[in-house]
Design a protein around this ligand. Structure first.
Ligand SMILES: Cc1ncc(COP(=O)(O)O)c(C=O)c1O
Length: 399
């Protein structure tokens, strides 16, 4: 008899990026000089003071279970950070530290949403939001955005998508996959719309907060009236180059955080004690190394954007944050490569660029925009230059 699985898990789509990275690895193993511009993590090492704090924690034997929501010192440091950087007043009881922002978002969705609820997700979106929503039994409602607004949700589109079942809006600024950043005025306009719909909470995914260029990051919870209905999610992975340490957190209304803490207590317990010590060091650290990392990202963004502008039939809005570019590539669909391969969609285009040009990217379909592709510039300038040379030649060869 076939094994019966929970339909919510069985119907979950595996990450579409896995197919690409699996093929990229296979090609690399066969000796192909593949350059990966598909990574969602900084190509920098964790800054030394953070790593040292982790090592010190191990040496001191700080290697046991901690309090489920995280040690008080870390939650106090997070409160101080949220006050200092974002103008947000939270108490340690409103902070829940978890194994990465991913867990924080998944738990928030699980706590707030039930069968029949709708969750608004502006597209292009981070791949996990719709799956987390479906897993909670709720319905993702995708709200498309385009290059005309630099992939930002407008108040009109938000209003049009709201129903009496809408429970949650998931915001991500700076955005993965587009790099777009909302200004304070743009966020205020969205908050004005939400004020007319009291039942809606907001998850504000601010994990790329410090990776901003021209723009200034504004915390959604800092907007008038939004503190009590926003769950601010942040983490250490991207801004402190700590993806492997698995440390993130949520800050929000006491009761929401309490419910999520209950879930965490039964499912995973607190994040690693060692990572928590490292997190305290990250928040206490001089921001010099982070500024240097962001300056390097900015130089690469400028370079890659200038190169893409010279590509035939490729439109790419200027991202003001994160480390991704999201060009529109629909004009290439229907064209044929010299090998005879026909490009039908973003997946075909990415497989072509990978298999024939040896550049790994992620198809826009994975992010809810079938006309785009995601380029990560978390790679060295040298790799970026070579990869863009190959992409330009490969795209120009399509007829
Ligand atoms: C927008 C966004 N949110 C959350 C995460 C998850 O980060 P973490 O490593 O803290 O789980 C990522 C990682 O790719 C991301 O891009």
């Amino acid at each position: 008899m076939p094994t019966q699985f929970n339909p919510r898990i069985a119907s979950m789509r595996p990450s579409a990026t896995l197919a690409m990275s699996g093929r990229a690895k296979e090609l690399k193993r066969q000796g192909a000089p593949v350059i990966a511009l598909s990574a969602g993590e900084p190509d920098f090492g964790t800054p030394a003071p953070i790593a040292e704090a982790g090592i010190q924690a191990i040496r001191e034997g700080f290697t046991r279970y901690t309090q489920n929501p995280g040690v008080p010192e870390l939650r106090e440091a997070i409160c101080a950070k949220l006050q200092h950087d974002n103008g947000l007043s939270y108490t340690p009881g409103q902070i829940l530290c978890s194994n990465g922002a991913k867990q924080s978002i998944a738990m928030t969705v699980a706590v707030l949403c039930a069968e029949g609820d709708e969750v608004l997700i502006p597209a292009p979106y981070w791949v996990s939001y719709p799956e987390m929503t479906r897993c909670a039994g709720a319905q993702p409602v995708i709200v498309p955005t385009g290059v005309d607004t630099n992939y930002r949700l407008t108040p009109e589109a938000l209003e049009a998508a709201i129903t009496e079942r809408t429970r949650l809006l998931i915001m991500c600024s700076p955005s993965n996959p587009t790099g777009s950043v909302y200004s304070k005025a743009q966020l205020e306009a969205l908050a004005d719309t939400l004020r007319r719909h009291e039942q809606i909470f907001v998850v504000s995914d601010e994990i790329y907060e410090h990776v901003v260029y021209e723009a200034e990051h504004v915390a959604f919870a800092s907007l008038p009236g939004m503190l009590d209905r926003t769950i601010t999610v942040n983490g250490f992975s991207k801004c402190y180059a700590m993806t492997g340490w698995r440390l993130g957190y949520m800050a929000g209304p006491q009761e929401v955080v309490r419910q999520a803490a209950k879930l965490q207590g039964q499912f995973t317990s607190a994040p690693s004690s060692i990572s928590q010590r490292a997190g305290i060091a990250a928040l206490a650290m001089d921001m010099g190394p982070i500024r240097a990392m962001v300056a390097a990202f900015r130089e690469r963004r400028d370079y890659a954007l200038a190169r893409l502008a010279a590509f035939r039939d490729c439109e790419c809005p200027k991202p003001e944050g994160a480390f991704y570019l999201f060009p529109q590539v629909r004009p290439y669909y229907g064209r044929r490569a010299p090998s005879g391969r026909v490009i039908h969609d973003s997946q075909d285009l990415c497989f072509y660029l990978l298999e024939e040009c040896h550049v790994a990217l992620v198809p826009g379909a994975a992010f809810g925009d079938p006309d785009g592709i995601r380029i990560s510039y978390a790679a060295s300038m040298e790799d970026l230059r070579t990869a863009l040379d190959r992409m330009e030649a490969g795209l120009n060869a399509l007829e």
